[in-house]
Ligand binder design. Structure first.
Ligand code: ATP
Length: 700
């Protein structure tokens, strides 16, 4: 079968493409002999006659040659009398449809017709054969086009004849009404689809229910020369749209109800999205702030309520209550996360902050009590901290550690420099505090400096202070450094292994001469401090690598305590856990009474790469879950009970990710012998990102 090359209108429908270019022209004064000779060389039945300029003036059909010969003309006579002047010609630029129209209106075109260019010069001839060949091509292309339109997958089509009998059904209609084209062809449509209501003439888009299916029915008469020969009926399934419209109605109703409920309450309701932008404020909220919802939409909730808690709630997904001072009123505000299940994971997508504005005095009273309780808790926490600094609070049944405590108590009386080594979380900080608390300097400051957490560029000025205006960006008043703050007391240089070499030289100077120079200073400042340094790095390795000064190491290493890891003092695991249970019962107001056998076993088997800090975190976490009763294995984090249980039962996708994340930090720390910078390097993480993660999981 002939297939259309493409659907370009001009490429297959012009006269130029249909005409035969094989023709010979005659001139008016040519002899009949020339005409005979030309016809002998040509397959055509008509030849064009042109003037001296080559323009078409007439045609000479073969029939006219026969007539001339029958009239007794001699072959040398001119052909002029037999020429047909003013012949019908068509422009070679015409398209098929225009030519077709010309063919239908001019009977003479059934024979050959001359195709001319815009100067009326013959460029081709079209006869019946060419016309038929072109027509066939057009018919095939039209058929392909019609089929593709007919089989389009967005509407069902049924074509019937004038008696209502089905002629064609497209696949969409078959699926829509559940029948097969071959079964129903030739049947009366009204029998096949009795629900269908047909109208007279054209009908565009009427909704009807056919076989319980809501459809839009359009009815278009099929005309041939203005006479109807059939009808096309098109069906569009609108069940999805109906469903959407129904849902939209429900949402609208809900919105109206919700607005009604939210505006009926005297409490102020503020809805913010995950980025902290206000999305909705009810009438009471608007009255309280004095703005409309539209004015407040998009504003940061943080600014509106002067509270950072909504941001926290959207991060943690845990509801919070707080007291805020809004428009000079102490108000209780609850922040509830809006949770949504996305890809099987519950995510917080916003926060509803409700300000309880009931006019009775109760709210104010509760708010006042809340604030005072919070202050009291802070006070007791501080007290607890102060009393927690003695050696008595360093819980241990381990003989080596107990001896270490005794030795430390003895040396506390002197001002000698102390170096504490040991993995992260073994209690170096607490040990340093205890030495200070047991020393004659106890009533003077204990200043802790985390050398790894302060950016190198700031460390010198933080430690030694700077004089007014000593560098760009410096405060005009200057700044007192940690060494000056610790005068007569103790300075605890934590993570000393991470101290840059340039600063190490200055520390050495303080140790040797008890004086240092402020940044930008001109004369040295005297200071009386005891230095306790701590590190979880192997300083001898650092010396070998050239990152730590040997002379400083000797100066620091006057008295050294190497604190054992929790693995090396496993007899302390349960006593320490019990101390933490008491601590968190007090802090949380919980009533955890102990640890059951399985959980004890798990705690004892676990390797505790994060040492006592990790144990404390584990107990705090468990106390939050248990609240009252015993800690069981189910209250411990995955990596702890994993040591006991084969099956891994994640509580949620995010919790598992967090556990794995945390475990990676701990494994890296363990591998790096507690050296945080090295652990960060192992994980190919920046030091600051590593510290941020340690902070997130309470590991620093
Ligand atoms: N013997 C102990 N008894 C009770 N609590 C302890 C004891 N040792 C450490 N802790 C607690 O364990 C946690 C970690 O201790 P600490 O901060 O002193 O460790 P660290 O060795 O200084 O860690 P890092 O090297 O990461 O700074 C603290 O919350 C501390 O209160």
């Amino acid at each position: 079968m002939m297939v259309p090359e493409n659907l370009n209108y001009t490429s297959w429908l012009t006269v130029k493409q249909m005409m035969s270019k094989n023709f010979i022209v005659l001139h008016p004064d040519d002899s009949l002999r020339t005409v005979v000779q030309h016809y002998q060389d040509s397959r055509l039945d008509t030849l064009p006659v042109v003037d001296n300029d080559g323009k078409l003036t007439g045609v000479f059909p073969k029939k006219r040659l026969y007539r001339a010969l029958l009239d007794g003309s001699s072959l040398d006579d001119p052909c002029t009398p037999y020429i047909i002047y003013q012949p019908v010609s068509i422009s070679s630029d015409l398209c098929y449809d225009d030519m077709s129209m010309a063919v239908r209106t001019s009977k003479s075109l059934v024979d050959y017709v001359v195709a001319v260019d815009h100067e009326n010069k013959p460029v081709g001839m079209i006869g019946t054969a060419e016309y038929l060949r072109g027509s066939q091509k057009v018919i095939i292309t039209s058929h392909v086009l019609l089929e593709s339109i007919f089989n389009a997958d967005y509407e069902g089509i049924i074509v019937i004849d004038n008696t209502g009998k089905i002629l064609r059904i497209n696949p969409v209609a078959e699926t829509m009404f559940g029948f097969n084209s071959s079964e129903v062809k030739g049947l009366l449509l009204e029998h096949v689809l009795p629900d269908l209501k047909l109208f007279n003439g054209r009908n565009r888009g009427v909704k009807q229910i056919i076989q319980s299916l809501p459809v839009i029915v359009s009815q278009v008469p099929i005309l041939a020369n203005d006479i109807q020969i059939g009808t096309k009926i098109a069906f569009v399934d609108i069940s999805d749209m109906e469903e959407m419209a129904r849902e939209l109605e429900i949402v609208k109703d809900l919105q109206t109800n919700l607005d009604g409920v939210l505006n009926a309450t005297s409490d102020g309701v503020f809805v913010s999205d995950i980025s902290g932008s206000v999305k909705y404020v009810n009438a009471s909220g608007c009255r309280l702030i004095g703005n409309t919802t539209e004015e407040m939409a998009g504003m940061p909730i943080k600014k509106l309520l002067s509270s950072a808690v909504p941001a926290e709630v959207s991060k943690t997904g845990v509801a919070e209550v707080e007291v805020c001072s809004i428009k000079d009123r102490n108000c209780i505000v609850s922040h509830i996360p809006i949770n949504k299940v996305i890809d099987d994971e519950t995510r917080t997508v916003g926060v509803v902050s409700t300000i309880y504005l009931d006019d009775n005095r109760l709210t104010e009273e509760i708010a006042r009590k809340w604030l005072s309780l919070r202050q009291q808790i802070q006070y007791y926490r501080d007290e607890l901290e102060k009393h927690g600094n003695s050696f008595d609070n360093l819980v241990s049944k381990n003989p080596a550690f107990t001896k270490m405590k005794k030795d430390a108590q003895r040396i506390a009386r002197s001002s000698s420099t102390v170096l504490l080594t040991g993995e992260s979380g073994v209690g170096k900080d607490m040990f340093a505090h205890a030495i200070h608390a047991a020393s004659p300097r106890a009533n003077h400051p204990f200043v802790k400096v985390n050398c790894a957490a302060i950016p190198e560029s700031l460390l010198e000025s933080e430690l030694f202070g700077y004089t007014p205006g000593s560098f760009t960006g410096a405060s005009k008043k200057g700044k007192i450094g940690y060494f000056t703050q610790a005068h007569e007391g103790t300075i605890f240089l934590d993570e000393i292994g991470d101290m840059p070499l340039s600063i190490q030289a200055k520390i050495l100077q303080v140790l040797q001469d008890k004086e240092f120079m402020q940044v930008g200073g001109v004369s040295p400042e005297k200071v009386d401090v005891r230095i306790i340094a701590a590190t979880n790095k192997d300083l001898r390795e650092a010396i070998k690598e050239g990152t730590f000064r040997l002379d400083l190491y000797y100066r620091l290493n006057v008295i050294q305590f190497s604190l054992p890891s929790l693995r090396e003092r496993s007899e302390d695991i349960i006593p320490l856990a019990e101390v933490f249970i008491t601590k968190y019962n007090e802090i949380l107001g919980a009533n955890v009474v102990g640890i059951n056998k399985a959980a004890r076993d798990a705690l004892l088997i676990y390797s505790w790469p994060g040492n006592i800090r990790e144990l404390e975190n584990a107990i705090e976490r468990a106390a939050n879950y248990v609240w009252e009763g015993e800690i069981g294995i189910e209250h411990l984090s995955a990596q702890i009970f994993q040591f006991n249980q084969k099956a891994y039962e994640p509580s949620s996708y995010r919790a598992v990710l967090n556990d794995v994340d945390k475990e990676m930090l701990l494994v890296a720390l363990k591998k790096a012998n507690g050296n945080k910078s090295a652990a960060a390097r192992l994980l190919k993480m920046s030091r600051s990102a590593f510290y941020e993660k340690l902070g997130k999981y309470g590991l620093c």
